[in-house]
Ligand binder design. Structure first.
Ligand code: NAP
Length: 519
C-alpha cells in the first residue's frame, strides 16, 4: 500500500492517525492512503512566505519563465507513468488522462513563453501612465508587484495535474510561493508530480509545498498578504468565503465553482452541414470526456424547436457507440465516475432533472463495466435527457449533475434562447453554433455578461475549432454568478490576482524608469 506524504517546510512528512483512502474507481481497490494529521501547517505557510517568497521575488520574469519551462519538461519526461496513475486512481481513459496531464505540461509551457514578453525585470506595468498636472512632469502610473504572502491552492478532484499546474504557473510567474492542496480522492497524480519536481530540484526551496489530504487549520492561518485560489463545488466555496481569514483579514480569494454550461444550435444549421457535425461532435465529447466530470462540460443543449427530434437521434447514435468500463482495457472509451460519493450524487441529480425532463438515452444503475470485476466500479452510461418546456427555476437550470449527463431543450426565438442560457445563473463557457452572423451577434450580446468565455462555432472554423471544454492559458477561465465569480489564466490577466496593483504619483522620468519605459 502506498502511503502518501505532504511536502512542507522543505521536506516530505507523513501524517498520523486515521488515513483517508484513495480508491481505483473501476475495481474499488484501495490504491493509496494519506493523512495530514499532526503536520504543522502554520510552519509550512511560514516557510513558504519566508523562504519561497524572497527567492521568487529575487528572480526576474525571464528567470521565473525558465523555471516554469523546467517544470513542464520534468512532468513531460514522466508523462506515461502519470497517465498510468490517472487510469488507476481517476478512472481516466488514456485520452482523459492526456487531457489533464498534457494540459498541465502545456499550461506551464505557455506561461514560460509569456515570461520573455514581460521582460528581464521584477515590475509589471499596468497600462500607460497619465499626465496629472498642467505640466508634463507630474505623472501617474499603475504597477504590479508580487504579494509577499503565500498562495494557497485548493483543487477539485477532476483535474489533479492541470489544476495543480495551471494555478502554480500563474502564481509562480507572478512571484508568489505556492501551497497546493489536491482533492484527496484523486491525489495520486498530483503527489507524483510534486515528487518529480522535488527530485529534479527545478524550484527554489519553499516555492512549492504540497498538503496531501485534509486541510486542517491551513486556511484559518492565512492573512492579508496571502491569497486563496479555490476550485470545487459552490457548497465548499460558500464555506471558504465565510472563513475567518477571508472575512476578517481580507485574504484575497478566487473561486472557480460549478457551472451549467450550455450549447446553442442556431436556427440556420441543418443536418448534414459542417456546423451540425461540429455541434454534435462537441456535445458528445463534452458529455463523455472524463465521464462528464469537467467543470466546463456541456450540461444544457438548446435547439430550435423543430430540430429537437433530429438532434436527439444524432446524439443517441453517438452515445450508443460509447464503451463503458475499466480504462485499463484498451477498448473502453468512458471510465467510471471517480468516487462512490460522485455516483450517489449523480443518481440523485438525474432524479432531480427528471422533474423537468425525461431520460431518452442511458442509465445510472446496473451498469457493468468492461474489464471490471463483476458488481464493482462506479459505472454509468452517458445519460441524455429531453425537456420539452424549459423554464427558469427548473432543476436543469439550477442543479449541476457532475457526470456524463446533459439535457436537450427547445427554444423558439433568440430572445428565449438568451433567457434560458441566462437562467443558469452565470457560467464558465457556452458555445453557439451558427453561420448566421446576426444570430451569433444577438446571442453574444445577450449572454456574454453571464459568462467568462464563449465559443463561436461556424463552418469557417469547423476544421480547426478547439473544444469548448478546454480551458486555454491564453484566455480567461472562470465565470460570474454560480461559476464563482473568479478569473484564472488569460495570460498576464491571471497573474494579477497574485500581485498588488499600486498607483504611483510623481516625476514622469522616475515613474517611467521604474516600469522600464522611455520618455
Ligand atoms: P469539493 O468537494 O468542493 O472539493 C474541492 C476541494 O475543496 C478539495 O480539495 C477538497 O478537499 C476541498 N475542501 C472540501 N471542503 C473543504 C473545507 N471545508 N475547507 C477546505 N477545503 C475543503 O469539489 P470536488 O468534488 O472536488 O469537485 C467537483 C466540483 O468542482 C464540481 O462542482 C465542479 O463543477 C467544480 N469544478 C470547477 C472547476 C472550475 O474551474 N470552475 C474546475 C473543476 C471542478 P478534500 O478532497 O480533501 O475533501
Amino acid at each position: 500500500m502506498i502511503e502518501l506524504a505532504s511536502f512542507v517546510s522543505g521536506k516530505w512528512v507523513k501524517g498520523k492517525g486515521k488515513a483517508a483512502e484513495l480508491v481505483n474507481p473501476s475495481t474499488e481497490e484501495v490504491v493509496a492512503t494519506t493523512s495530514t494529521e499532526g503536520i504543522d501547517l502554520g510552519a509550512a505557510l511560514e516557510f513558504a512566505r519566508e523562504r519561497g517568497g524572497p527567492a521568487l521575488r529575487a528572480m526576474t520574469f525571464t528567470q521565473r519563465g525558465e523555471m516554469l519551462r523546467a517544470m513542464s519538461r520534468a512532468i513531460h519526461a514522466k508523462r506515461d507513468e502519470l497517465i498510468g496513475l490517472a487510469i488507476a486512481n481517476g478512472g481516466n481513459t488514456r485520452g482523459d488522462a492526456k487531457f489533464d496531464i498534457d494540459g498541465a505540461i502545456g499550461t506551464l509551457a505557455a506561461y514560460a513563453d509569456l515570461a520573455p514578453e514581460l521582460g528581464d525585470t521584477h515590475v509589471l506595468a499596468d497600462g500607460d501612465g497619465v499626465q496629472l498636472g498642467r505640466g508634463a512632469r507630474l505623472f501617474g502610473q499603475h504597477l504590479y508587484l508580487p504579494r509577499t504572502g503565500v498562495a494557497v491552492h485548493v483543487n477539485a478532484f477532476n483535474f489533479p495535474a492541470w489544476g495543480l499546474a495551471e494555478k502554480a504557473a500563474t502564481a509562480l510567474l507572478a512571484g508568489m510561493p505556492v501551497v497546493s492542496k489536491p482533492a484527496t480522492s484523486t491525489a495520486l497524480v498530483a503527489h507524483r508530480i510534486v515528487e518529480i519536481l522535488v527530485a529534479d530540484a527545478v524550484l527554489p526551496e519553499g516555492a512549492l509545498s504540497f498538503v496531501c489530504g485534509a486541510p486542517g487549520d491551513l486556511l484559518d492561518r492565512l492573512d492579508g498578504r496571502d491569497v486563496l485560489a479555490f476550485t470545487g463545488s459552490s457548497i465548499t466555496a460558500a464555506k471558504l468565503r465565510e472563513g475567518k481569514s477571508v472575512v476578517v483579514r481580507a485574504t484575497r480569494i478566487n473561486v472557480e465553482a460549478d457551472s451549467l454550461n450550455a450549447a446553442v444550435l442556431g436556427p440556420d444549421v441543418e443536418v448534414g452541414s459542417d456546423v451540425m457535425h461540429l455541434f454534435i461532435g462537441d456535445v458528445a465529447r463534452e458529455i463523455t470526456q472524463k465521464t462528464g466530470q469537467k467543470c466546463t462540460a456541456i450540461r444544457r443543449i438548446y435547439v430550435p424547436k423543430e430540430r429537437v427530434g433530429e438532434v436527439v437521434e444524432l446524439l443517441r447514435e453517438r452515445l450508443s457507440a460509447v464503451k463503458v468500463g475499466n480504462p485499463a482495457s484498451e477498448e473502453v472509451t468512458m471510465g467510471p465516475v471517480s468516487t462512490a460519493a460522485q455516483l450517489r450524487d449523480l443518481r440523485d441529480g438525474v432524479k432531480k432533472l427528471e422533474s423537468c425532463a425525461k431520460v431518452v438515452f442511458g442509465k445510472t444503475s446496473g451498469v457493468d463495466g468492461i474489464g471490471a470485476p463483476a458488481g464493482k466500479g462506479f459505472f454509468v452510461t452517458p445519460v441524455l435527457l429531453q425537456g420539452d418546456d424549459p423554464k427558469a427555476g427548473d432543476a436543469v437550470h439550477e442543479h449541476e449533475v457532475f457526470g456524463p449527463v446533459a439535457t436537450v431543450m427547445p427554444y423558439s426565438s433568440p430572445a428565449e434562447a438568451i433567457a434560458l442560457v441566462a437562467a443558469g445563473g452565470g457560467g464558465l463557457v457556452t458555445s453557439v453554433y451558427s453561420d448566421d452572423k446576426d444570430f451569433t451577434r444577438t446571442m453574444v450580446l445577450g449572454i456574454a455578461p453571464f459568462h467568462g468565455r464563449l465559443v463561436l462555432g461556424s463552418s469557417k472554423v469547423a476544421g480547426q475549432a478547439l473544444p469548448p471544454g478546454m480551458a486555454l492559458p491564453q484566455l480567461v477561465h472562470g465565470g460570474p454568478g454560480r461559476a464563482g465569480g473568479g478569473e484564472e489564466l488569460g495570460a498576464r490577466r491571471g497573474m494579477t490576482f497574485y500581485m498588488q496593483r499600486t498607483a504611483l504619483q510623481g516625476d514622469r522620468a522616475v515613474l517611467e524608469a521604474l516600469v522600464g519605459k522611455k520618455s
